[in-house]
Ligand binder design. Structure first.
Ligand code: ADP
Ligand code: MG
Length: 683
């Protein structure tokens, strides 16, 4: 089995290993270890030093020690419950090995009289005599136990000895892989090869040695692998040829003349990126990233009009129907009358739906708005040329790829997201796409003032709300999800509604997930038309909806939300010209860490900065939304600790893209680290 000189050994299943039977394999499978490679990343937590430590006379009670002894006499008592005992000695003293619940035959076998044997275990002392009870490591072949043994966090059913044997076996049989990095990169990691790095990773002396070259090399390997895959997907999409879209500047002037504001420079620049892509003859796959309220919608609508003018149809998909309707209404206002646009809503009459479906098929409708329902099988476009997907940051790389394929070659794709992610993660999350970023906020925006308040101070909050309402302003009152879990003490939006309704009669509306869509829209429309002053709701207002007149948001139980989510919620206000406020309410005093986090929010209105700081405080694992985003968790690499490696990998990828160099030499790396199907058609 030794060295096949390729990586297949590492990808083979565990039965390839001697000593791993069905049972062990099943146990490990449950822990998501399905092949040999997977086992490499379960790192030792600590170790026990079983190197030959002592003569009997130097033994230290309470320590795990290893000694060479000679058994000289068995004592097998005839009384039940008394342990079997073996008197042993070396030239310096005596020690007893004690065995509870053991068979004489077994004891005789492992400790034959008058032969030198190595034993290891915790030393105790009883009536002035040294003892080792139930020694687990007993061997004639001293080299087997006189070593340092790793302690892994073991899975129930597998013991330390077996596990160490398995790992050592793998380390001994590591195939020698051809180096995939250039000299120059390798030098940065003291020329540590993959093999030597893996061996060092499992060397007990190196536990927690995050800063050493071997560790960094391995971290870099996995970062590069993830970036490479994304980059390849991107290159592949770019190779898809399409009919270029031809249009003039007119639609731009037509729309902007109807706006009461000027586009920001970033909006203009993004529009240029998008138009260039539409114009080109390769398929667009672009992300438009911009903080909440940065004005992405208008950019997408102007580009839609361009596509329509070039003779293609457009589909805009939003995560909720409310948002789809809002985009639809805006387009109705801004688009010339001769362009037919439709909203495909779940609540439309069947006849109406059928009509729209027919019109899409016959090219009588140029643009359709809706939720994911617009991508149902029964909906066939006559000439779809552009898909816009709003606020679907939870789509992972593979879902996006599917969507992009679905529209066909002539269909350009634009994703819009307000979820800012730390810079180091951009390539792993969005590396398959081109990215345009709107950083600049519209100039008429005032910063939202952010306060924190204890729930016991609710009277202050109510007074503040009263004042704002008297000025004709509107308020969002956000309660965490109702019925999310009965155990969690979440403030129910219903009881809050009842409470507020008593104080502000006829001025309060309630919105939560259980309310039917139709009713929801009525409520939102009434709120938009200022029929109500306060909208009590769960987080459904989080995504995208635009209410320029609302300038206060109160968020209850604010510690139930992540910082990025709070920032998104806060972004619902401050869209008009009035000073806006965000009040974060807490049930009890904040811990010092919570205070730090809230201060980040108070001091910054920049979603990127907030996500960056939040990641530093909370770690990368629990950043909002990442769990669902399909982004892979790294085995060793840490976006905070290894920022330099992420940047290095990014530089390397850019260099390769520029030179259009083949990634063939990374075949083993990609096969090992990204075992997904997508690799098959890349290398
Ligand atoms: P988001 O990027 O969060 O989707 P929207 O597109 O919903 O933001 O825009 C938020 C609000 O800002 C809307 O009311 C929109 O009309 C307005 N807006 C967009 N661009 C500008 C601008 N350049 N100047 C002023 N207001 C703008
Ligand atoms: Mg939006």
């Amino acid at each position: 089995m030794k060295n096949m000189n390729n990586f297949n050994y590492l990808l083979s299943d565990l039965t390839k290993l001697t000593g791993v039977g069905k049972k062990t394999m099943e146990i490990l499978k449950k822990k998501k270890v399905s092949n040999i490679f997977d086992l490499l990343w379960r790192l030792p937590k600590s170790y026990t030093d079983r190197s030959l430590t002592s003569n009997i006379c130097d033994l230290q009670v309470g320590e795990v020690q290893t000694i060479k002894i000679t058994p000289i006499k068995y004592q097998f008592p005839r009384i039940r419950n008394l342990p079997n005992r073996v008197n042993c000695e070396d030239e310096t003293g005596k020690i007893d090995c004690i065995f509870f619940n053991s068979y004489e035959g077994y004891v005789k076998k492992i400790l034959p009289l008058n032969e030198q044997i190595s034993i290891s275990g915790k030393i105790t002392s009883y009536k002035g005599r040294y003892q080792i009870t139930n020694p687990t490591y007993v061997s004639k072949n001293s080299s087997l136990i006189e070593t340092v043994h790793n302690k892994y966090s073991l899975t129930e059913g597998i013991n330390e000895k077996t596990y160490n044997k398995i790992i050592n076996q793998i380390l001994k049989n590591l195939p020698s892989l051809t180096e995939w990095h250039d000299q120059e990169i390798l030098k940065k990691f003291d020329n540590e090869s993959w093999n030597s790095s893996i061996v060092k990773l499992h060397d007990p002396k190196n536990i927690d040695n995050y800063k050493s070259s071997f560790y960094k090399r391995l971290a870099y390997d996995e970062i590069l692998a993830s970036f490479l895959v994304n980059s390849e997907i991107r290159k592949k999409i770019k190779k898809i040829k399409k009919i270029s879209k031809k249009f003039t500047e007119e639609p731009y002037d037509e729309i902007t003349s109807k706006l009461n504001f000027k586009l920001t420079n970033d909006q203009k620049a993004s529009l240029i990126d998008i138009n260039n892509d539409l114009n080109s003859n390769s398929k667009m796959f672009r992300l438009l990233q911009g903080d909440v309220g940065s004005g992405k919608t208008i950019v997408s609508l102007i580009s839609s009009l361009n596509v329509i003018n070039s003779g293609f149809q457009v589909a805009l998909m939003a995560p909720t129907e409310i948002l789809a309707r809002q985009h639809f209404s805006l387009a109705k206002e801004l688009f010339p009358n001769n362009i037919s646009i439709k909203l495909l809503s779940s609540k439309s009459e069947n006849i109406e739906k059928k009509k729209i479906i027919n019109e899409l098929k016959n090219n009588k409708v140029q643009m359709v708005f809706g939720t994911h329902a617009i991508f149902q099988k029964k909906i066939i476009f006559s000439n779809l040329g552009y898909i816009i997907i709003d606020e679907q940051h939870k789509f992972g790389v593979r879902q996006r790829k599917l969507l992009s394929d679905k529209g066909g070659n002539n269909c350009d794709v634009l994703l819009m997201s307000a979820t800012p992610i730390p810079r180091t993660l951009t390539m792993s999350v969005y590396g398959d796409m081109d990215v345009s970023i709107i950083k600049e906020k519209p100039s008429n925006r005032k910063e939202v003032k952010t306060y924190s308040k204890l729930e016991s101070k609710i009277d202050d909050v109510l007074n503040f709300v009263k004042k704002e309402i008297n000025f004709g302003n509107q308020v969002f009152w956000v309660c965490p999800l109702i019925e999310e879990s009965k155990k969690i003490d979440h403030q129910s939006s219903i009881s809050k509604y009842k409470f507020l309704e008593k104080i502000f009669p006829n001025k309060v509306a309630l919105l939560h997930g259980k309310i039917k869509n139709e009713e929801k829209e009525q409520i939102l429309n009434k709120f938009l038309n200022k029929k109500y002053s306060i909208l009590v709701s769960t987080t459904i207002i989080e995504v995208g909806i635009d209410f320029p007149n609302a300038n206060v948001i109160i968020i209850e139980n604010a510690n139930k939300f992540g910082l990025s989510q709070l920032h998104q919620l806060r972004g619902r206000v401050g869209r008009g010209t009035k000073q806006a406020s965000c009040i974060l309410m807490f049930k009890s005093n904040l811990s010092s860490n919570a205070k730090k986090r809230i201060n980040i929010l108070k001091n910054s209105n920049d979603g990127f900065e907030i996500s960056e700081e939040d990641m530093k405080l909370r770690g990368f694992g629990d950043l909002l939304g990442f769990k669902q985003s399909g982004i892979k968790y790294f085995k060793l690499a840490d976006p905070i600790q290894n920022e330099d490696l992420f940047l290095l990998a990014e530089k390397e990828i850019k260099k390769m893209e520029k030179k259009n160099s083949s990634i063939h030499k990374y075949k083993a790396l990609l096969k090992l680290y990204d075992q997904a199907d997508i690799i098959n058609d890349i290398v």
